[in-house]
Each structure stands twice: as C-alpha cells, then as structure tokens.
Design a protein around this ligand. Structure first.
Ligand code: FES
Length: 125
C-alpha cells in the first residue's frame, strides 16, 4: 500500500488503468500524526474519487474486505460495521448511522496516466 505525506504535494498512487469504474477501491495511507491515516480511491462516472477510509459514525475503516467498499449498485459505499450508506460520487451520507455526516474527501487527479492525491494538512482532520 502506498503511503503519502501531508506535505509532499501531489503523490502518485497507481496507474490510471488500475482504477476500474465501480470496481474495487485502491487503498493508500497518509502519514503524519501518531499513525498513518487510511484512505482509498474509487472510480465513479469515469472520475477518480478519494476519501479517508473512516466512517462518519465511528472512526473505523469502511471496507467489507480489503478494497470492497461498494454495494451491488456500484453507486453507494456501505460501511461494514453498522451499514451507513454514502454516495460514492460525493461522499455524502445517504442513510443509516452517518446521520448527515459525509466522508472526508482527499484531493485527487488523473494526470499522465497516473492517479495522484494531494493530502495537505488542511484537508486531513
Ligand atoms: S461505524 Fe460505520 S456505520 Fe457505524
């Protein structure tokens, strides 16, 4: 798993073709603090999206198995612990224990055949 720093600007995570539309998430971590903060990438509607891998209900990782975030529709992220549902394209809470609190986005972009993230200190709570 790739680990990026919070002060290193844009960091490459994976080749763009590795991020499949509505497929498994690609996990990475953001260094800093007492331990790395887990995060993940998804591709939804052709666009790479990145979020911290942290439920808004209880701060635990979301995936059912490593990289498995999406429900059968491929449009929603469902927390494995208590079933909070998030819109995969926006990270907004759609229902369940998240109660209106969404996922925390991480800036990401696709450039020169790579997916990159920018984990600036201001974006990581
Ligand atoms: S920890 Fe995610 S729904 Fe409770």
């Amino acid at each position: 798993m790739v680990t990026v720093g919070t002060d290193s600007g844009w960091s490459r995570i994976c080749p763009a073709e590795a991020l499949i539309e509505q497929g498994d998430g690609i996990r990475f971590a953001i260094s800093g603090g007492s331990s790395p903060t887990p995060a993940f990438l998804l591709r939804i509607d052709g666009i790479a999206r990145a979020y911290l891998n942290r439920c808004a209900h209880v701060p635990v990782e979301l995936d059912w198995h490593e990289g498995k975030f999406l429900d059968d529709s491929g449009r929603s992220i469902v927390c494995a612990t208590h079933g909070a549902v998030y819109d995969a394209a926006s990270g907004r809470c759609q229902g369940g224990p998240c109660r209106g609190r969404g996922l925390q986005p991480v800036a990401c972009r696709e450039i020169d055949g790579w997916i990159e993230v920018e984990a600036t200190l201001g974006r990581i709570a």
